[in-house]
Ligand binder design. Structure first.
Ligand SMILES: [Zn+2]
Length: 251
């Protein structure tokens, strides 16, 4: 599903088993950026007509499969694919392994996927001027070591990738809990921030930062976490896995 946020920002959301993933198209006067190419080449189809004559680049929020497998579906020259240095590194290891697994299990869904690694990498921060709209990329090692977020100061929008999520973030073996919390605390204090666009879950205001911080800190403290809203089976399982993984990390 393609959603228009305003004249310069569109979101594409696709359904995967029992959760959604969202990417964005950002249109400056001169340049356009696709933030995450989602999970299959045809996920990129709707953007084509909106990009027009603009020079196109792609940003990967991190190297998890559901954010980067649609790149081969972009049928036009790509100026650059931008990501964190560790995202590129993951293309040598877990990214092809995950694709192999999915192609074996569900070839009809994933046989058209081609892995296209980033060709412009950064360590800490990178700023882009698209013409009337600025993208400020910054590293946020947390959900994964290679995660980045993208702030659009003209609009107060934070494209958060998987660094923020509703109903709660997904933790995995490579998550960096302490740094994740520290970085989210900084975003919480940012008075320019108005809207958070997570890759999974509802678009919201800065309250999502409080909710996610509460969840991460509770895990860190070993507190029981009460979740009042009804959860899909994906998030029920994720909550159990988050708790178990964290017990492993602290033992
Ligand atoms: Zn994800």
């Amino acid at each position: 599903m393609l959603n228009r946020f305003d004249d310069e920002i569109y979101f594409k959301t696709v359904q995967l088993e029992d959760y959604d993933v969202r990417g964005a198209l950002i249109l400056g006067t001169e340049k356009a950026v696709i933030f995450d190419t989602l999970s299959r080449p045809h996920d990129m189809r709707d953007y084509e007509k909106l990009i027009g004559n603009r020079e196109l680049s792609i940003i990967y929020s991190h190297a998890d499969w559901d954010h980067i497998w649609g790149t081969a579906g972009v049928n036009r020259p790509i100026k650059s694919i931008i990501a964190h240095r560790l995202c590129l590194k993951r293309f040598l290891h877990d990214v092809p392994e995950t694709l192999q697994e999915y192609q074996k299990r569900q070839p009809e869904l994933y046989n058209t996927v081609k892995l296209i690694p980033p060709d412009v990498i950064f360590d800490s921060e990178l700023e882009m001027d698209l013409g009337g709209i600025t993208l400020q990329l910054s590293h946020l090692a947390g959900h994964t070591v290679d995660s980045i977020v993208c702030f659009i100061p003209e609009k107060g929008i934070l494209l958060a990738g998987d660094s923020l999520e509703t109903p709660f973030p997904c933790i995995n073996e490579i998550s960096q809990m302490a740094n994740w919390i520290t970085e989210l605390e900084k975003w919480k204090k940012n008075t320019e921030l108005k809207t958070v666009i997570p890759a999974h879950g509802m678009i919201s205001g800065s309250e999502i930062i409080d909710n996610n911080l509460h969840y991460l800190k509770s895990l860190l403290n070993g507190d029981m976490i009460e979740i009042s809203e009804p959860l899909t089976s994906f998030y029920k399982e994720t909550h159990i896995e988050n708790t178990a993984l964290f017990l492993c990390k602290s033992s």
